[in-house]
Design a protein around this ligand. Structure first.
Ligand code: URA
Length: 241
C-alpha cells in the first residue's frame, strides 16, 4: 500500500469492513469515529492509511496486524475450520486470548489428534503448504493386527490411491501392544485423509491417528488441548524450509 495516498474517511471505513459507505457516514455523524484520538464529525476528511490512526468506538481500524504463530496439540473431536454447520467444536474454541483471525495451516481430520499450526501469516501458510517445499509431517497410526514387511515396503515405495500414486514415505513399526500396532509414517504430501487411505490400501484401517511432527516441530511439551506461541527463531526456521 502506498502510505502517502490519502483516502476519504468513510471510504477507509468501508474498505476495512467496518460498515457500508453510507453507514460509515452515520458512524461519523454520531461521533463514534476518531482520527488520531480526535473525534471527527465532519464529512469528507481525508486520512493517510498506515499513518493516521482511525478508531471506531475506540477500536483501532486497519492498524498493523500482529502476526501470530500458534502450536496446538489438537485433541480428536475438533474440526479444523472456523465454523461448522453441524455445530461441532472447532480448534479455535481451544485458543483463548488471541484476538487476531488465525486459521490452521493445513488440516487434521475431526478424529485426528496432534500437532496443528495456526497463524494469520498467509505467506508462511502458502510456503509450508506448497508441494515444492516438501515439508515433512510425521504421524503415528494405531492399527489392528501386524503388517508384514511387504506391506510396510508398499508404504515406503508409494502406493496407488484413487487420486494417484503416493510419493515414497518413511514407515516404521514403533510398537506392538496386544493385538494392535503403532506405525510411524512420515510423508511430505498433504492429500485429503492421506494416512488413513494409505493404511487402508495395505489392508490395515487406522483406528487412532495423531500427528507428532511438522518439520522440526513437535508437541511433546504440550498436553492435549494445550498450545503455545512459536519462538521467533522457530518462525525463522519455518520460513527457511
Ligand atoms: N492423514 C489423514 O488421513 N488424516 C489426517 O488428519 C492427517 C493426515
Amino acid at each position: 500500500m502506498n502510505d502517502k495516498k490519502e483516502v476519504r474517511l468513510q471510504k477507509y471505513l468501508a474498505e476495512h469492513g467496518v460498515a457500508s459507505r453510507r453507514s460509515a457516514e452515520q458512524l461519523i455523524q454520531d461521533g463514534r469515529v476518531s482520527v488520531n484520538k480526535k473525534v471527527v464529525q465532519e464529512m469528507g476528511l481525508k486520512i493517510q492509511p498506515g499513518k493516521d490512526q482511525v478508531r471506531v468506538d475506540n477500536q483501532l481500524i486497519g492498524g498493523t496486524v500482529q502476526l501470530r504463530y500458534i502450536l496446538l496439540n489438537k485433541p480428536s473431536g475438533y474440526i479444523c475450520s472456523a465454523q461448522d454447520d453441524r455445530g461441532r467444536r472447532t480448534v479455535l474454541d481451544l485458543i483463548d486470548g488471541v484476538s487476531e483471525r488465525i486459521y490452521p495451516v493445513g488440516r487434521l481430520d475431526y478424529d485426528t489428534a496432534g500437532l496443528l499450526l495456526l497463524t494469520n501469516d498467509g505467506a508462511l501458510t502458502h510456503h509450508l503448504l506448497h508441494p515444492s517445499h516438501a515439508v515433512e509431517k510425521t504421524y503415528l497410526a494405531e492399527i489392528e493386527g501386524y503388517p508384514d514387511n511387504r506391506a510396510m515396503e508398499k508404504l515406503r515405495r508409494g502406493l496407488r490411491l484413487r487420486d494417484g500414486w503416493t510419493a515414497p514415505a518413511k514407515a516404521n513399526i514403533v510398537r506392538r501392544k496386544g493385538t494392535t500396532t503403532w506405525v510411524e509414517l512420515t510423508i511430505h504430501e498433504g492429500r485429503n485423509r492421506q494416512v488413513r487411505r494409505m493404511m487402508e490400501a495395505i489392508g490395515f484401517p487406522v483406528q487412532r491417528l495423531k500427528r507428532t511432527k511438522l518439520a522440526f516441530l513437535d508437541v511433546k511439551d504440550l498436553r492435549l488441548g494445550e498450545w503455545r506461541e512459536l519462538s521467533a527463531s522457530e518462525v525463522q526456521r519455518l520460513k527457511k524450509l
